[in-house]
Design a protein around this ligand. Structure first.
Ligand code: S3P
Length: 446
């Protein structure tokens, strides 16, 4: 597990004949991080299969190791975690480097907050720009202290975890599964109940995984879109095997490529269809996409399905703001689909996109514009003027953002002229075999 290196790599996608085949995209990134972290907080051995072996997750594995857990790779995607128990982390000898990953960094901050140790958190230039106050605020209430921080409470940050963690009730000020998860992971070490209230439900993998490991959680509705999650502190986390399903956020790239390249047909297997992650599929169906659910089943507490997708003429629609949490990572590639649709697509309520691996709202608009698509940012809304066809020919600035890079390359598979990206190296954070996969299906990417 050596530190990832990023040599900028210019890559170009060209118009493909058709995309055909059957594929399983890599394991879900959110669940992979959580499996390692929750496994490290359990006593005993957790076996994980299908772990995403992308750089973001590898950095979390390294952090867990630095905090005292034994972590071993036993085969492709097969990992074993020997956990240290809740509040059992050892002080790490060096700063924890989370690379490009907000999820890894923020969730581990939560877990360390309930532990009587100090640790320094750091990351790459993209992560150093991202807001951390949203995590510090609740974990300070739990009793953690900030020993040192960069400007504007950004990384690098040194935290001292609480020796006597306090159970809190916390209303998340932004719809963020990372904030919710950090509070719950800190709350594991506190006596009594820790409660998180969110006005809009966000992905619930932490809740599901903690329950899978035997923790007691009560989840109730709160308001029209919200949830109240109550965790009983100091549970005994009992290791349980975790089978990581295929990541719907990664599936989005080949799926949309198939929708826009004429004559294409793909079958995507074992895609996670947790309803808090399927906003993109609902949106594409409204746009006229042919996406068929072939077989639904449950694995390790998560719903999964095989999906058949066929090339489809798409029409522009309005995507409501309320849907954003269930498809927050999918907007760049949805914007690409919208460019190939007929008529305008209006995507509302995208404020959170500004604080992702890049300012994704600006980066998505720039990606489209440089390829001849008319696009507008109006407040927090993105409006794409779909013309059924995209000129292409642009060089896209990826801004250290894997999803901007993949969205641009998907666009190039169907645009009139090729589309190039200035740096494809960050794709390795979430979809390490993206190029091989797309080429195998018939994509022209080099
Ligand atoms: C994630 C939550 C989302 C998402 C990210 C993964 C998670 O971030 O964008 O890619 O695994 O909890 P926010 O919590 O900031 O919305």
């Amino acid at each position: 597990m050596s530190a990832p290196r990023h040599e900028p790599a210019i890559v170009t996608a060209r118009r493909a004949e058709t995309l055909k085949g059957r594929l399983r995209v890599p394991g879900d990134k959110s669940i992979s991080h959580r499996a390692l972290i929750v496994g490290a907080l359990a006593v005993g051995r957790t076996a994980i299969s299908g772990l995403l072996e992308g750089e973001d997750v590898i950095n979390t594995a390294r952090a867990m190791r630095a905090l005292g857990a034994r972590i071993e790779r036993t085969g492709a995607g097969a990992w074993q975690v020997d956990g240290v128990g809740i509040a059992g982390f050892a002080p790490p000898a060096a700063p924890l480097d989370f690379g490009n990953s907000g999820t890894g960094c923020r969730l581990v901050m939560g877990a360390v907050a309930g532990c009587p140790i100090s640790a320094t958190f750091d990351g790459d230039a993209s992560l150093r720009r991202r807001p951390m106050k949203r995590i510090l605020e609740p974990i300070l209430r739990v009793g953690a202290k900030v020993i040192a921080a960069g400007e504007n409470e950004r990384l690098p940050i040194t935290l001292a975890g609480a020796s006597d963690p306090i159970p809190i009730e916390y209303r998340t000020p932004v719809p963020s599964a990372q904030v919710k998860s950090a509070v719950l992971l800190a709350g594991l070490a506190a006596p009594g109940t820790t409660t998180v209230v969110e006005a809009e439900a966000t992905r619930d993998h932490t809740e599901r995984l903690l329950a899978h490991f035997g923790a007691e959680l009560v989840v109730e509705p709160d308001g029209p879109e919200g949830r109240r999650i109550t965790l009983t502190g100091q549970p005994e986390l009992v290791p349980a095997p975790v089978a990581v399903p295929a990541d719907p956020s990664s599936a989005a790239f080949p799926l949309i490529a198939a929708l826009i390249v004429p004559g294409s047909e793909l079958i995507l297997t074992e895609v996670m269809t947790n309803p808090l992650r399927t906003g993109l599929f609902a949106t594409l169906l409204e746009m006229g996409a042919s996406i068929e659910t072939l077989e639904r089943r449950i694995e390790s507490g998560e719903e999964i399905a095989d999906l058949r997708v066929r090339f489809s003429p798409l029409r522009g629609i309005e995507v409501p703001a309320a849907r954003a949490p269930s498809m927050i990572d999918e907007y760049p590639v949805l914007a690409v689909a919208a460019a190939f649709a007929e008529g305008p697509t209006v995507m509302r309520g995208l404020k959170e996109l500004r604080v992702k691996e890049s300012d994704r709202l600006a980066a998505t608009a720039a990606l489209l514009r440089v390829n001849g698509v008319a696009v507008e940012i109006d407040g927090d809304d993105l409006i794409v003027d779909g013309r059924g066809q995209v000129p292409g020919g642009g060089l896209v600035s990826t801004q250290m953002d894997h999803r901007i890079a993949m969205a641009a390359l998907v666009m190039g598979l169907a645009s009139d002229e090729p589309v190039a990206v200035d740096d494809a190296s960050f794709i390795a954070t979430s979809f390490p075999d993206f190029f091989e996969t797309m080429r195998r299906l018939g994509g022209e990417i080099s």
